[in-house]
Design a protein around this ligand. Structure first.
Ligand code: NAI
Ligand code: ISE
Length: 347
């Protein structure tokens, strides 16, 4: 039987996910949608010829009997309330990043899920499903480059809207690296510092851009991430892991090579939607298949969402203080250890 999705938030990524669930993936369908902009919700039903009900708000959609799973793709600050209501109703939840905009909010979700006693939530950290990142992790885990010592990463967007603020470089953009990098090297974060290099003339007056984030792990790995959201030339994600015996680096996104007018060239992607298109498909297919096979999602957990929210909060503090800030996590509940199932709420 198909997993029946209700989608909360039919903006940019909500529409992308609705399209992939209804046109590309197997084992699921979209049966309900809602958006504070009701016209946008109705439009998506018409555009993708969905056989879906339009609900006035998230509460009504979550309560609907035909909805097995909710997909939360509203604005970040609205995520926590929808996820908590979804857990309360015992529905499966695929939540776009961030799980919650505060560490306390993410912890409330963790506690609610543990109390429920079964995993319901998967967070949309799609890089864990990207072919390049999976290959990097394999190389690290098989010892191909020896002990990892450093990571150099970059997250560049051609441009951002006027509403994008300096802290969003962390909470909206770096959050992907925050999740992917500790997962890559299987280590915990210790501390963070943020440096502002010379500002680009292409950034609006209110925005510090670029930014350089320096993170130390508990195991002693030094990580530098450049965030540059007005780089103009393209959407560019770079990641290089330097080990004791060698280096591994993310592959460039494959594209045809053109020889013309005395030039050898290759197009660079301009949009995040294209760079991770396969990873988005795979993460949601995994959510659907895991629930069908085991009754639980097995992708990035609420605990991963909590780690990201705590780390993002420390990074924002470091942006403001200009000094090194520590990253302090609660102890990982046994509920989120591989294979563990318990409904004990950890302190
Ligand atoms: P968007 O602004 O295009 O769409 C958000 C939609 O949610 C809007 O239509 C808005 O009216 C609606 N909305 C806001 N609050 C709502 C509420 N309480 N109930 C129902 N609808 C509500 O934003 P976009 O780019 O689609 O981002 C949505 C979320 O997805 C964000 O959390 C963002 O960080 C995340 N995202 C993740 C990406 C990824 O690579 N994994 C890429 C882009 C966005
Ligand atoms: C956007 O919200 C995303 O999540 C994209 O994946 C990211 O690359 C971009 O910087 C964010 O604004």
């Amino acid at each position: 039987m198909n997993l029946r999705f209700g989608v909360i938030g039919t903006g940019a990524i909500g529409r992308e996910h609705i399209k992939r669930i209804s046109q590309t993936l197997a084992g699921a369908e979209v049966v309900a949608v809602t958006d504070v902009n009701q016209e946008a919700a109705k439009q998506v039903v018409a555009d993708f010829k969905l056989n879906a009900n339009v609900y006035p708000d998230d509460k009504a959609l979550i309560a609907a009997e035909e909805v097995d799973a909710i997909l939360v793709s509203s604005w970040g600050p609205a995520h926590e309330a929808s996820v908590l209501a979804g857990i309360e109703a015992g529905k499966y939840i695929f939540c776009e990043k961030p799980l919650a905009t505060t560490a306390e909010g993410a912890r409330r979700i963790v506690d609610a899920e543990i109390k429920h006693g079964k995993r319901l939530v998967q967070v949309g950290f799609m890089r864990r499903y990207d072919h390049g990142y999976v290959k990097l992790k394999e190389a690290i885990e098989t010892g191909a480059i020896g002990e990892p010592l450093m990571i150099h990463a970059a997250h560049r967007n051609p441009t951002v809207p006027e509403t994008y603020s300096t802290d969003m470089a962390i909470t909206d953009t770096l959050i992907h690296e925050i999740d992917a990098l500790h997962w890559l090297v299987n280590d915990d974060y210790e501390s963070v510092q943020v440096i502002y290099p010379k500002k680009t003339k292409n950034a609006l007056p209110h925005l510090r851009d670029p930014q350089l984030v320096i993170i130390e792990t508990k195991g002693g790995i030094s990580i530098t991430v450049e965030i540059f959201v007005n780089c103009r030339y393209g959407y560019d994600i770079q990641c290089e892991v330097v080990g004791e015996e060698g280096i591994v680096k993310l592959p460039e996104f494959s594209n045809i090579v053109t020889r013309k007018s005395g030039k050898l060239s290759q197009d660079i992607l301009m949009d995040w939607k294209d760079r991770f298109i396969d990873a988005y498909d795979i993460e949601i297919q995994d959510f659907i298949d895991s629930i069908s096979k085991t009754g639980e999602p097995k992708g990035p957990t609420s605990w991963d969402g909590y780690i990201a929210s705590v780390t993002a909060a420390a990074c924002v503090k470091a942006q403001e203080s200009g000094v090194t800030e520590t990253i302090e996590l609660d102890e990982r509940p046994t509920f989120y250890e591989e294979g563990a199932k318990t409904n004990e709420v950890s302190a």
